[in-house]
Every structure is written in C-alpha cells, then in structure tokens.
Design a protein around this ligand. Sequence first.
Ligand SMILES: [Zn+2]
Length: 268
Amino acid sequence: MLVIEQHDDVQRLVFSSWRSRAAGYQVSTYAVRGVMIDSAFDDAGPELMAWIAANRPQGVIITHAHDDHGGNAERLAAAGVPLQMRPDTETQLRTPQRRGWHRCWTWGRMPLLQSPVIPFDADGLELIQAPGHAPDHHVVWDAERETLFAADLFLSVKVRVAHPVHREDVRQQIGTIRNILTRNPKRVFDAHRGLLQDGAVLLAAKANWIEETVGQIDRRIGDDWPDRAIVKEVFGGEPMLAYTSRGDFSHANFVASVRKTGASGGTA
Ligand SMILES: [Zn+2]
C-alpha cells in the first residue's frame, strides 16, 4: 500500500504491507530536488517502480543497507536507475546478511544487489555519515532548505531496545546526533514517522536520554552488576518485543551494546 503526502517541496511516500502493518510498521521514502531518498522494502517494489517510471527521478539515494531502506536496490539497479550510496552500504547489499525472524516476517524478502550500480551526484543534497543505528547509517542534508532527511537517526526519543545483528551502537548515537544537530535543521523528516514537529528538539532530547541511560548502565557495570539485573533496574524488565522478536530487539542488547563499547569512549 502506498500513501503519498506533500510537504511543500518534499513528497513523502509511505509504504506498508499487511504484514508490516500487523507488526506496527511502515516506512517512507522521500522525493526532493528530483531525487528519491531510500527504496523501501521488497514487497513495496511494484508500487515504488511504478512511481519511478511515472516521475523519472534523477536517481535514488540509499541511506543504509537495512531491508526497509535498501530492499529495492537490486530492482532499481537492474532497471538502470542511478543509485548513490556509500561503499560500505553497497558491500552489505551485495553480501548475504543474517536477518532476524522478526525482520523477515515484517519486511519480506531481501534480494541481494547483483546488478552494476550507475552512480550519480544529487545537486543540493549531501549524504552525511551518521553511525550508531548501524555502522553504515547515513542521513541526507539539504543545506539550502535547512532540511534533514534523518533516515533512522530518530525513530523515537526513547528507543530502549537495541539490535546486535545490525551492530547497533547506542553510545555512538549520542555523538552522531549532536554532530548532525550542529547544522541546525529547521525541518526533520524521519523514515518511519514522517515530518517531525520540533525535530531538532526531539533529536536533542533523544541524545540526552541515551546519554543519561548509558550513564546509569555504566555506573552499574562499574559496580559489577550482571546484565539481567541492570535491565530490571534501568528498564523495569523486557518488553513484549523482546519475546516476539526472539531476543533480536531487547533491553539486554541495549545493555550489551553499552558494555561492549566501554565507559571510556568505546572500543567499537
Ligand atoms: Zn535501519
């Protein structure tokens, strides 16, 4: 299913399938400056390609290799649509990845990128490294219009779960968000929630919340608490998602990410 919203110069394409809706998810791509940002998931492919054929964008930027952002990279490349992505994203899209049960069910297949990529430059749009959510995560910045296409940088203020298969690094997210905020975005578009009201304020709140939570976890790690006790004390136990995703998204992973990266600046 495709729902299209117009926000002045930006078109938001909201894609979902019955399975993603049942799991509570949708994902957006954005059309701006004659370019599309991200490619949604495989099941959205026919609707995405119909929009591409009708609107003929200069190319598609892929922010990171997750299945709900790069799920149509192969379809686009095979159709000769130019793509812009960083080399680490392209490498991941060309390499089979372990995907959790929850992601496979929500987003469907994840076809490997096999066709050659025709690169392109998007005038007025800058692809900026924003690691943390994933090592290859990027955001797109329109400096002239002070607009941030934040991909999965925000999601929500308190994302209390982390995902080890994606090599999510919660500590790294603090510096990444603050670095992006030095650009003073006036508009922030989230890949799942659309145009955020007071996006910069929300992003700052998120960085502060992660920093405070990581600090609480660091103190308990310093006092030799086991992870399970930390999860109980800091988060009040695990959410239902930890069970439905069979542990892929859990507070334990959040704590493990904090432990792995160390209190003194990180090792990852
Ligand atoms: Zn993602």
